[in-house]
Ligand binder design. Structure first.
Ligand code: TRP
Length: 334
């Protein structure tokens, strides 16, 4: 039986992924490769909506692809590609815009929040149509599953609505995908403010573990993580969010259960535990950073891998566009 297909995307908005990206998403993408026909895409067109600097976008896109490979996305197992290399994304994006209501798009919370914050004159239209481009990213490949974090639920719902609307208005073309909402256990918090999600948009980077940062820098951040009153290494997300977050991180890398960690550190203090977290994290990240840098030094190989990926992706995507155009009455070029 053919494997079910899964597709996801990640924005290249920063030179390095952080622990939240890895433990919250990419790690599950790697696992899915074994059981699913996986498509993973670096969504550079979406990053344009953030007004990103060209040199930064260029480097971040390549660094994102290199990190995905270093983290275990295997271009032999997955179709790994850059969104802008497959023009079908823009083509189907327009189709999605033409079947989305203005009010419906206005209710998307990401747009509402950002436009409320910055004012409508400083909000680009691309941010308004962002969800329609995302729907196109997904529907082009007819996936059954879309592995994403909880924050993407509304985007997946819209994608499902648009697929159903197209199917009933024009022709049954699209698979209605399901969100595969990634395990909440992998939720990683800021080291300085352990009640906030680890995110690159935090006001300071001191609570952010970046995969490509040096072992020394990450060790320092872990050792100065906010901890809680008391001195016992025990898990209590409400009263001890700082230590609990570090325990989640330790466990994710070492494979030790929370109970194992509580036993191991029963008569030790926060200092010993933080040293152990730093060791586990840096020993896992060292080879990932090295592999990423190798790929970035040999751009020829990276470019070749991405070209193969985009050619495979375009084959599927172009066929979907052809069917959608036909169904809507557009004339084939002949
Ligand atoms: N909006 C997603 C995010 O910010 C990124 C994204 C774009 C995406 N296109 C996608 C995720 C398609 C899954 C599928 O994380």
């Amino acid at each position: 039986m053919a494997k079910a297909r899964a597709l996801s995307g990640i924005q290249p908005t920063s030179g390095s992924f952080h622990l939240g990206n890895y433990l919250g998403a990419v790690r599950q993408w790697v696992e899915l490769q074994e059981s699913h026909d996986t498509y993973y895409c670096v969504v550079d067109l979406h990053a344009l909506t953030a007004g990103i600097d060209p040199a930064k976008l260029h480097d971040a896109t390549l660094a994102s692809a290199a990190q995905l490979i270093a983290l275990g996305i295997d271009p032999q197992k997955s179709t790994l590609f850059i969104q802008s290399h497959v023009p079908a994304h823009n083509q189907l994006g327009w189709i999605m815009e033409c079947i989305t209501g203005f009010g419906e798009a206005s209710r998307m919370t990401q747009f509402k929040d950002k436009s409320a914050k910055n004012g409508s004159d400083r909000t680009v239209v691309g941010l308004f149509t962002y969800p329609m481009l995302q729907a196109a990213d997904i529907l082009l490949y007819q996936p059954q599953y879309v592995p994403v974090g909880e924050d993407q639920r509304q985007h997946i719902e819209l994608t499902r609505d648009l697929a159903g609307r197209f199917n009933s208005t024009y022709k049954e073309i699209f698979t209605i995908p399901e969100g595969y909402i990634l395990k909440a256990g992998a939720k990683i918090y800021d080291l300085q403010d352990p009640t906030a999600k680890m995110s690159k948009s935090a006001s300071s980077t001191s609570g952010l573990i970046e995969l490509l940062d040096t072992a020394a820098a990450n060790t320092k951040k872990i050792k100065s993580a906010t901890t809680d009153a008391g001195r016992e290494v025990t898990f209590d997300g409400v009263n001890k969010p700082g230590i609990s977050n570090l325990m989640t991180i330790h466990s994710a890398f070492s494979g030790a259960s929370i109970a194992d960690l509580e036993n191991e550190f029963a008569d030790k203090g926060y200092g010993d535990f933080k040293s152990s977290v730093a060791d586990v994290v840096t020993s896992h990240l060292d080879p990932i950073r090295e592999r990423t840098n190798e790929l970035l030094q040999d751009k020829g190989e990276l470019t070749r891998l991405l070209k193969v990926g985009s050619e495979k992706a375009a084959l599927v995507a172009d066929e979907t566009v052809r069917q959608a155009y036909n169904a809507m009455g557009l004339i084939p070029r002949g």
